[in-house]
Design a protein around this ligand. Structure first.
Ligand SMILES: N[C@@H](CCC[C@H](N)C(=O)O)C(=O)O
Length: 340
């Protein structure tokens, strides 16, 4: 897969908008799927409206989220994330001195920023499945060699361990776990006890000990679960879990998306909550079954790591006329009138 160059791939901000179209790649990790938009030089204006149009499964490409691939040096919003910028851009230009900051201990400098967006156009701090797919894209597109790749995210710099082929392992940061079962979540008329876990983004982990697997499968997750606004001022990803730490199974309703086949941060939140509940701590390996397959969570003393598949499915060109319609809000007639 040849790396598309920024200006050849997308006309720049202020130029005739997208007059040559925009390259995209479609990828998935355990069925959590993404439109990957390579934008190394930060030229693409990725509005919430464009994100919604891209993620629309009938009027667009269809995905749970968008991953914009941008150099940290070219992305103003990556400032202050604790990166050390790579000093060089691919064409040899130097990043501005003011954007180079202290190197975080052990993390290394991140050349790339993962600009993750939920399907509804909202911004989230972190996406675990997305980070694996992002790492796979960097290697397969020839932007990075296989091995350890630091990636800047809104939750901080994370190392992705990307082999030439096969599963990808990503750092997910340290978890923050609230008191077990201290929250309440309402799902389709039922109330569940939940544990508040942050993996950089917020999770309400509900252990449903009284549910059999068939009951879990039958649970109606078509409507937004209700969480406490005090505990979750920006909303929450909600996981419903059965099983013990050695065999955990979950479904998830993702903030900004709806039910998905998998959530990497959610699997990590579930794993650390399940281990804590069973009296275990760091040093635990927890396989987590999601509707889209299985991921493995490795909880070390200072870090949670997530291992699982990351697959690039297809690539193509978003047409300039479709992009113009998407930016104008007329690419999704069924959604016309939604706020931009
Ligand atoms: N699917 C992701 C999580 C994406 C962000 C989430 N919806 C949020 O708003 O926090 C994952 O794999 O972690």
């Amino acid at each position: 897969m040849a790396p598309p160059t920024g200006r050849a791939a997308a006309a720049g901000r202020g130029a005739a908008p997208y007059d040559r179209g925009v390259r995209f790649v479609k990828g998935q990790g355990t069925g959590n799927d993404f439109v990957i938009v390579p934008d190394p030089d930060g030229e693409l204006e990725l509005t919430p409206r464009l994100v919604r149009a891209l993620c629309d499964r009938r009027f667009g490409i269809g995905a749970d989220g968008v991953l914009r691939v941008v150099l940290t040096a070219a992305e103003p919003s990556a400032a202050g994330l604790g990166n050390s910028w790579a000093a060089d851009l691919p064409d040899g230009r130097r990043a501005p001195a003011e954007s180079r900051t202290a190197r975080p201990a052990g993390a290394g400098g991140a050349r790339w920023f993962m600009d993750y967006r939920n399907a509804d156009g909202s911004i989230a701090e972190m996406c675990g499945n997305g980070l694996r797919v992002f790492g796979r894209y960097l290697v397969d597109a020839g932007y990075e060699r296989a091995g350890l790749i630091p990636v800047a995210t809104r939750a901080g710099v994370r190392l992705a361990d990307v082999p030439n082929e096969g599963d990808v392992t990503v750092e997910m940061g340290p978890p923050t776990i609230g008191p077990l079962g201290a929250e309440r979540v309402s799902i389709a008329g039922r109330t569940f006890e939940a544990t508040n876990v942050s993996m950089g983004n917020p999770h309400a982990v509900c252990f449903a000990d009284d549910l059999a697997e068939a009951d879990l499968n039958a649970l109606d997750l078509t409507r937004l679960p209700q969480v406490s606004p005090a505990a979750y001022p920006t909303g929450a990803n909600v996981e419903i879990v059965i099983g013990a730490p050695d065999a955990v199974r979950m479904r998830v309703y993702e903030r900004g998306v709806g039910e998905t086949l998998s959530c990497g941060t959610g699997a990590c939140a579930v794993a650390v909550a399940a281990a804590t509940r069973a009296g275990r701590g760091p040093g635990t390996v927890i396989p987590v079954d999601v509707p889209g397959g299985r991921v493995t969570v490795l909880w070390d003393s200072d870090q949670v790591r997530l291992r699982g598949p990351a697959v690039l499915v297809s690539e193509g060109l978003l047409r300039s006329d479709w992009l113009a319609a998407a930016q104008a809000g007329s690419a999704e007639p069924a959604l016309a009138g939604r706020p931009t």
